[in-house]
Design a protein. Structure first.
Length: 393
């Protein structure tokens, strides 16, 4: 049974406007398909040329590399997944996320591709391959890294060395710094509580000692402060304090039970991947949104509910591919953006969620307008967010 896997998608050419089908590889067994490895090294695996007008195109898609010739012992902690530098990762599994996905999308896509590969391998699958986590290489660095080109910006050499020397803890800190927003950052902290240790704080201090980029220093400082607060009062209270620092928002009593159920179910899904928990969260949000008193409740609560409910429906779309969930997420996101005052501190988060939904629809349909709208919303969210903030999209 072949281990490599591709999907055929219908795209719309941005040049001539005509539709065409294109094959995109998502899982590549580099021993089984050396031809695809060659395309990865050439950085054109996800390129697609329109057959009607020959215009070039590109699909932003995740990629899971499988190297069956790498022994399980090479996946031990601290192994460099690209140590060979000759086009062959030295660990069995290597993941390269799509370039314009959120942390939640990236995690869900990695999980789905790993499940597919595990199914195709059957008894050949080894749990030890993931004993030290799934190695990740950003797409923009994948080809150069596989080709053995390790040159980096001199300003990045110090921070990268500090994080690399810290092993798994350094990787977890890097994931936090790349989380993109508060929700994703909280997920990283919950999955890796070692970030709340004194050892992690000492690592952050070493990172700050060599970090020369002002914006990067602000970001590291912001997360260090929030981690310190988490150690004192716990993750839940620290994040709640951060979210309500611009003013408390009262939750009407008739919604509190469903709100608690929605939040707890969503957290359970994020920890375990249990889709029944995601269904429970979606059902709880629908009860809130459909309650007879919801339209007359506090406006800020309504907007927050629509935004958070939209996020749950979008996660369920990523998990199941159900178009109804994507449409529901976009409906809620668009309404929330339209009704949110332009000076509201909540607007960047709402814009970010809507952009993620539009990006997901573009990935499914190839409609360029959705991608353009998504980029516009992300740019606006960035403009409205202070530099170095953990909420920066």
């Amino acid at each position: 049974m072949p281990h490599s896997y591709a999907e055929t998608l219908t795209l719309t050419c941005a040049n001539c406007g005509r539709d065409f089908d294109a094959e995109f590889w998502l899982i590549v067994d580099i021993v089984e398909r050396p031809d695809l490895l060659a395309r990865i090294l050439a950085d054109d695996l996800h390129d697609a040329q329109c057959p009607h007008c020959a215009a070039p195109g590109h699909m932003d898609a995740p990629l899971l590399l499988f190297n069956p010739s790498a022994g399980a012992s090479q996946a031990s902690a601290g192994a460099d997944p690209l140590a060979a530098g000759a086009g062959l990762p030295t660990v069995p599994l290597l993941f390269s996320p799509a370039e314009e996905t959120t942390a939640d999308e990236t995690l869900e896509q990695a999980r789905q591709l790993l499940e597919m590969l595990q199914t195709s391998l059957g008894d050949q699958w080894q749990d030890d391959w993931l004993a030290s986590g799934l190695p990740v290489v950003p797409r923009e660095h994948l080809s150069a890294a596989l080709n053995g080109n390790t040159q980096v910006d001199p300003q990045l050499q110090g921070p990268m060395a500090v994080l690399a020397d810290a092993g798994d803890l350094g990787q977890h800190l890097l994931a936090l710094l790349n989380a993109g927003n508060m929700d994703n950052g909280r997920q990283v902290i919950e999955h890796h509580p070692e970030l709340l240790t004194e050892e992690a704080d000492a690592l952050i201090q070493r990172l700050l000692a060599v970090e020369e980029r002002p914006q990067a220093r602000q970001l590291v400082d912001a997360w260090r402060g929030l981690l310190a607060r988490c150690r004192v009062v716990g993750i839940n209270q620290a994040f709640e304090e951060y979210r309500t620092s611009d003013g408390n928002m009262d939750v009407p009593p008739q919604f509190r039970a469903d709100l608690q159920q929605a939040q707890e179910a969503e957290q359970h899904y994020r920890r375990t991947g249990d889709r029944s928990a995601l269904d429970a969260a979606a059902a709880a949000w629908e009860r809130i949104l459909g309650h007879s008193t919801f339209p007359s409740s506090d406006e800020r609560f309504q907007l927050a509910a629509m935004n958070n409910a939209g996020g749950v429906f979008l996660r369920r779309y990523w998990a199941t591919g159900g178009l109804a969930d994507l449409n529901r997420a976009l409906e809620l996101g668009q309404t929330a953006v339209q009704r949110t005052p332009p000076d509201s501190p909540d607007l960047p988060s709402i814009l970010n969620n809507l952009a993620a939904g539009l990006r997901a629809r573009y990935a499914r349909t190839g409609a360029l307008q959705d991608l353009q709208d998504a980029v516009g919303h992300w740019q606006r969210a960035v403009t409205l967010t202070a530099e170095g903030s953990p909420d920066l999209p």
